[in-house]
Design a protein around this ligand. Structure first.
Ligand SMILES: [Mg+2]
Length: 372
């Protein structure tokens, strides 16, 4: 099962008009993905996806292609696709960062390993510890009041039981938006907010206190990543539960979050964390300290979403029942790369049980949307 070829293909996929996102990080109208195709010496192929957004991880499609073609790809040639510690060691030895690019290669290795052994990835990870259908929250953009009210009402009608509202742009309008959504969805739907690091410590404390009557389930990344002391202060002074997202790309970040006692939960995703294996390591460290994990999203396409779903299903501490995450990326995009797309109905996403990631890639879709 040795890797003999690494190919990368950049594509650009538009979002459905009604799903275009606005957050403290800006607008998201199209998604660029770097697809990675690996071949192994036993004749199998595996696919992976780097969900590249420069404002999230600093990666771009062209940059990810260069690092995969020139640096990571050559380093992993000859590595066994089922020896992921060695794969990660080789990639980390030649490039720091580049989380999503590394995860695309790692994802493709899981896919090859699964295809070679005729097993879905969740079985390679130890088997399912929860049902294969996963309930997500809906992430509502930082929309103007009328649109936020209308959209929130539609989402409850579509079956969503947790709504997340994007804040972190302007505290007055942020607070107004959250109150409008709480009013629209009624008291029985869980409500969370995500500032994407857009508030400072004082603003976060003030805003969260003002939102006390909205009964927020959890507050996601209220302040910029890296300020663990500030995050601990927000948590202590507001009494709010804190979900760390941009604060946790790797195991060292997770150790800092634990050391500073500054979060109740950590948002993980294989792309952000440089692969399924590394995300699992964080989930296992967190559980030892009583910290739950959930799934976050960078609006992945079918391959990235499938990798997330396998990881959730096979990782006990991915407590998506308690803190629903985002597993809806393919439903945001106008086209699917899969001949057999994941089933997504309202908040419910169901994993395919075919070998590997369970996604049959449609080469015609790739050709039509490639951007190189
Ligand atoms: Mg987030």
């Amino acid at each position: 099962m040795k890797i003999v070829r690494v190919e990368s293909i950049p594509v650009r996929i538009p979002l459905k008009p009604e799903r275009r996102m606005i957050s403290a990080l800006g607008r998201h109208d199209v998604s660029d993905f770097l697809l990675v195709r690996l071949e192994s010496d036993d004749g199998n192929e595996g696919w992976g996806e780097a969900t590249v957004t420069p404002r999230w991880s600093g990666e771009t499609c062209r940059g990810a292609k260069a690092i995969v073609d020139d640096v990571l790809g050559p380093a992993v040639i000859g590595c066994a696709a089922d020896d992921l510690p060695e794969l990660d060691r080789r990639m980390d030895a030649v490039a720091v960062g580049n989380w999503f690019a590394k995860s695309a290669i790692e994802m493709a290795c899981w896919d090859i390993h699964g295809k070679a052994t005729r097993k879905p990835v969740y079985e390679l990870l130890g088997g399912a510890c929860r049902p294969l259908t996963i309930r997500s929250r809906f992430s509502l953009g930082a929309y103007e009041p009328d649109r936020a009210r209308r959209r929130a009402t539609e989402l409850v009608a579509a079956g969503f039981t947790t709504i997340k509202v994007k804040v972190g742009i302007d505290p007055v309008r942020d607070i107004e938006r959250v109150r409008i959504v709480r009013d629209a969805i009624g008291p029985d739907i869980a409500l969370t907010i995500d500032a994407n690091g857009g508030w400072d410590v004082e603003t976060a404390i003030r805003a969260i206190r003002e939102l006390k009557s909205c009964c927020l389930e959890i507050v996601e990344q209220p302040i910029p990543p890296g300020d663990y002391t500030g995050l601990a202060r927000v948590r202590k002074e507001t009494g709010a539960k804190i979900l760390a997202d941009e604060s946790c790309f790797d195991l060292i970040h997770a150790q800092e979050l634990i050391r500073h006692d500054c979060c109740d939960a950590i948002s993980l995703y294989p792309g952000k964390n440089g692969g399924i294996r590394k995300a699992r390591e964080i989930a296992m460290l967190a559980v030892q300290h009583g910290i739950a994990c959930s799934i976050g999203s960078n609006l992945e396409w079918d391959l990235g979403t499938a990798a997330m779903a396998h990881f959730i299903v096979a990782t006990p501490n991915m407590q998506v029942e308690r803190y629903p995450g985002d597993l809806l990326g393919p439903d945001y995009h106008e086209v699917s790369i899969a001949k057999n797309p994941l089933s997504i109905h309202g908040p419910l996403t169901t994993l395919n049980t075919g070998p590997g990631l369970g996604i049959d890639v449609d080469l015609d879709v790739i050709e039509k949307h490639r951007i190189d």
